[in-house]
Ligand binder design. Structure first.
Ligand SMILES: NC(=O)c1ccc[n+]([C@@H]2O[C@H](COP(=O)([O-])OP(=O)(O)OC[C@H]3O[C@@H](n4cnc5c(N)ncnc54)[C@H](OP(=O)(O)O)[C@@H]3O)[C@@H](O)[C@H]2O)c1
Length: 290
């Protein structure tokens, strides 16, 4: 049976992808950072020779947006050189790649939703490293799908939903940034989309290139926090009574962030018949799970 190689298998999205191949476990070779460091070119070649995968899914990344400002080299080693390494090896062995990327490749100055052909112009180190990774993949390997997603949340790892639920048990009121907008995306839905893309590739029906995929509402962090609270208010130990909208300037962070992170999902809908993720269902699923 042809194998699928998953990198970054212990990440937020990687773990969701693992759920989708449960009865075909021998199909998915899911490798954590300890098992495959994508910054190490030699390791990639060894793994590809050992498993001979038919498809590579790259969910590995350096994702600490603020820390990246002071760990520039490491962010680029993983998000840029790591992707170059994967692309080079995949090209040598004729293996297509599904690669995850981000809304942070844009500067957020556009007034409408970003489309796939908009020029990349990242504001921070993380976004720059991801943008360069995309470019390497595009230059080296024709058979690639770059799936840009935004504001990911789910039951695994660190994310905004889990942070709000934690803080709502600790503080009576919370200040939340209200002047950055984006489309939160459930990690489980991203995994579903990737599963779908794998099927298209296996059937020889893939359409290569960049695609945007995200949730079905454009929200500020403040709006999103309100939605989270409305689902979670029945949870035990909830003491937060009030959310206060604040500006980005009132909440300075090491990395600048785009004001507009909204991605247009028209292309993936037209070419793959994939609809945006339902944010409310995604929230309900994670809160029920907790
Ligand atoms: N999270 C978001 O809001 C968001 C938004 C837009 C796009 N994305 C993109 O979605 C993808 C997956 O993100 P995620 O949220 O699942 O991130 P995540 O939870 O941080 O997972 C990334 C995984 O990659 C691993 N990793 C780090 N360096 C590696 C290396 N050198 N070799 C192999 N694995 C390495 C990490 O391991 P350690 O944890 O052990 O370091 C982690 O398990 C990334 O491409 C990210 O840029 C995420």
């Amino acid at each position: 049976m042809k194998k699928i190689l998953l990198t970054g298998a212990n990440g937020q999205i990687g773990r969701e992808i693992q759920h989708l191949f449960p009865i075909q476990q021998e199909r998915l070779v899911a490798l954590s950072k300890a098992e495959l460091n994508i910054a190490d070119h030699e390791q990639i070649t060894q793994v590809i020779k050992a498993y001979q995968p038919a498809i590579i899914i790259n969910a590995a990344a350096y994702t600490a947006v603020d820390k990246a400002e002071s760990e520039t080299e490491l962010a680029f080693a993983v998000n840029s050189t790591g992707v170059k390494n994967l692309a080079t090896a995949a090209n040598k062995f004729h293996i297509p790649i599904i690669h995850l990327s981000t809304d942070y490749v844009f500067d957020g100055l556009k007034n409408t939703a970003y489309v796939e052909k908009d020029e990349r112009s990242p504001l921070n180190v993380y976004g720059s490293s991801k943008a360069q990774g995309e470019q390497y993949l595009q230059d080296i390997l024709a058979q690639h799908i770059i799936l840009r997603v935004s504001w990911v949340f789910g039951k695994y790892g660190h994310n905004f939903v889990k942070t709000i639920l934690k803080l709502a048990r600790e503080k009576p009121e919370l200040n939340i940034v209200a002047d950055q907008i984006g489309c939160p995306t459930p990690a489980a839905d991203i995994a579903d989309v990737i599963h779908h893309l794998v099927e298209f590739i296996e059937q020889g029906k893939a359409k290569w290139g960049v695609f945007h995929y995200c949730g079905d509402q454009a929200l500020s962090w403040y709006d999103f926090a309100k939605q989270i609270m409305s689902y979670a208010e029945t949870l035990p130990g909830f003491i937060c009574q009030r959310l206060n909208p604040i500006t980005t300037a009132q909440y300075p962070t090491p990395a600048a962030r785009p004001k507009n992170s909204v991605l247009s999902t028209k292309k993936i809908q037209q070419e793959y018949d994939i609809l945006p993720a339902n944010i409310k269902n995604g929230l309900r699923a994670i809160i029920d799970n907790l």
